[in-house]
Write a protein that binds this ligand. Structure first.
Ligand code: ATP
Length: 227
């Protein structure tokens, strides 16, 4: 049976008092790769932020990886985020430590204790993004594409039920975007569920998949020829 990892019903997304999106009805099932597209300012980031608990859901219903977004408490947010892998446009790596220590930092912060288990997990996720040899580099010694691969590795550490990627190729040139997209595709083919906000239509054409569009304060599914 297909399992729902995200469902919003008649939801409205606000930034303070401003209504950004209304009557949002969407469902994402385990294993799907879903794009979220829309012109700048149409609410993609606001939508993503609501999903990872950065903006409260105050209208409608929302459940994500078994958390109810309407009743989500501040203290539950770190636990929700452990079940999500979040990837940002600007990587958000810690520049004062190397790649391995960036990953170790997250493992320790999420309750891992066993040194060997942590080392193994770091090797494993670096392998998944093709960065096994770069563990001792500092983020600033890596290209943008390499930094984003590390950010994806970091998102994978706790085996997330859903990966939320907000414009993951937004800071990358077209060739590097394709390379990062190949990594995301491989992860998706491995069974991971991914929601990716993007305005990169070239990627959509190259890697067609289910697509949601933000437009006119609404979110709706589009078929590729209409995007
Ligand atoms: N912190 C904030 N406070 C108030 N309004 C905000 C805030 N952040 C965004 N907005 C407004 O919410 C609307 C949607 O912005 P959002 O960043 O979600 O769009 P977006 O589709 O992700 O755009 P982009 O592609 O440029 O990132 C915009 O009108 C924006 O001005």
């Amino acid at each position: 049976m297909s399992q729902t990892v995200l469902r919003l019903k008649d939801a409205a997304i606000y930034q303070r008092e401003s209504l950004i999106l209304s009557e949002v009805n969407i469902e994402i099932k385990k294993g799907e790769f879903v794009y979220l597209i829309g012109k700048t300012g149409t609410g993609k980031s606001s939508f993503m932020k609501t999903l990872y608990g950065d903006l409260p859901l105050t209208e409608g219903e929302g459940s994500i990886v078994d958390y109810d977004l309407r009743s989500l408490k501040e203290k539950e947010i770190p636990f929700l985020r452990r079940k999500l892998g979040v990837v940002f446009q600007d990587f958000k790596l810690l520049n004062d430590r190397n790649v391995r220590d960036n990953l170790l930092f997250v493992l320790k912060a999420t309750g891992w204790k066993d040194k060997q288990a942590m080392d193994n997990r770091i090797e494993e996720v670096l392998g998944k993004v093709g960065m096994k040899t770069k563990g001792f580099k500092n983020p600033y010694q890596l290209s943008g594409g390499e930094q984003q691969r590390i950010a994806i590795a970091r998102a994978l550490l706790n085996d997330p039920e859903l990966i939320l990627a907000d414009e993951p190729t937004g800071n990358l040139d077209p060739q590097t975007s394709v390379e990062v997209m190949e990594v995301l595709q491989a992860i998706s083919n491995n069974g991971n569920t991914i929601l990716m906000a993007t305005h990169d239509y070239a990627l959509l054409l190259k890697y067609p998949s289910k697509t949601l569009k933000c437009d006119g304060q609404k979110v709706f599914e589009v078929v590729q020829k209409n995007v």
